[in-house]
Design a protein around this ligand. Structure first.
Ligand code: 5GP
Ligand code: ZN
Length: 133
C-alpha cells in the first residue's frame, strides 16, 4: 500500500535497522523501543489484520518469528521474551500493517506480563463459554 509506513520500509524508501529478513518477512528494531532490542516483525506483503492472512502466510510468519527470536537471543541474551501483536485499533494497533512485537526481558526491567494488557470487569462463566467451542 503506497501510503503505508511499513510498506515503505519494505520498499527501502524509509531506512530500518534489520534484525532478520527472508523472502516473506522483515524484522527490524522499533524506532521507539519499549525494551532493549524491541523488534517488529512484518510480512513483506501488506495485510492490515491477522484475519486477512492465509494459513500459508501464517506459516511464513511463524518461521520468520522463530528466526528473529533466535537472532535476538544470540545477540542480546535476554532472560525471557514477550511476543505478541495488536490486531486492530480496538487492541491498540496503530500502524495498519500487521506486525508482531518482540520484547526482550530482563529481571527488574519494570515490565509486566500479557495479563497486564486487559482485566475484564465482566463476570465470565468459563464452563458456559466453553460450550460455544
Ligand atoms: P502498533 O502500536 O501499531 O502495534 O505498533 C507500531 C510500532 O511501530 C510502534 O512500536 C512504533 O514505535 C513503531 N514504528 C512506527 N513507525 C516506525 C518507523 O518508521 N520505523 C520503525 N523502526 N518503527 C516504527
Ligand atoms: Zn503496508
Amino acid at each position: 500500500m503506497s501510503d503505508c509506513i511499513f510498506c515503505k520500509i519494505v520498499a527501502g524508501q524509509i531506512p530500518n535497522h534489520t534484525v532478520y529478513e527472508d523472502d516473506f518477512v522483515l524484522a527490524f528494531l522499533d524506532i521507539f523501543p519499549h525494551a532493549k532490542g524491541h523488534t517488529v516483525i512484518i510480512p513483506k506483503k501488506h495485510f492490515q489484520s491477522l484475519s486477512d492472512m492465509s494459513e500459508e502466510e501464517w506459516q511464513n510468519m511463524a518461521k520468520g518469528i522463530f528466526k528473529t527470536v533466535a537472532k535476538v537471543r544470540e545477540v542480546l541474551k535476554p532472560e525471557g521474551l514477550n511476543i505478541g501483536l495488536n490486531d486492530q485499533s480496538v487492541a491498540g494497533q496503530v500502524v495498519p500493517h500487521i506486525h508482531w512485537h518482540i520484547f526482550p526481558r530482563w529481571t527488574g526491567d519494570g515490565g509486566g506480563s500479557f495479563h497486564s494488557i486487559i482485566k475484564t470487569q465482566e463476570k465470565i462463566d468459563v464452563v458456559e463459554l466453553a460450550k460455544l467451542f
